[in-house]
Design a binder for this molecule. Sequence first.
Ligand SMILES: [Zn+2]
Length: 113
Amino acid sequence: MSCGKPIFGDEGVIQIINSSPALGKVGAFPRRCSNDQDLIASPNVEFIVHHYGECVMYPDAEDGYSFRSDRAATLQQWCAWTYQVQEKPWMSRGDLMRFLRFWFDNRSENLSE
Ligand SMILES: [Zn+2]
């Protein structure tokens, strides 16, 4: 549903969604944290970007967890979001690490440099 293009400034919203059909509608509010032992094969939580007026939002995403991309315009702000969502029961340790990494993946930056 997301176009997969990077997102910067005030272009849209970052969404944290349920990605497991077994737990509920994909694209809606996150239901349960991922099993960190099986994180690559079947995460329960995913992160996507939605550009205003461009890519199509999941039908149930309006009820989901999201924040405007201009509130995460710097790595410092992204770290603050990572810290904020660490208290959510639907974010496992592995989900948090993938969320942090999402910043770099979204911008095609190499995390190891
Ligand atoms: Zn888009």
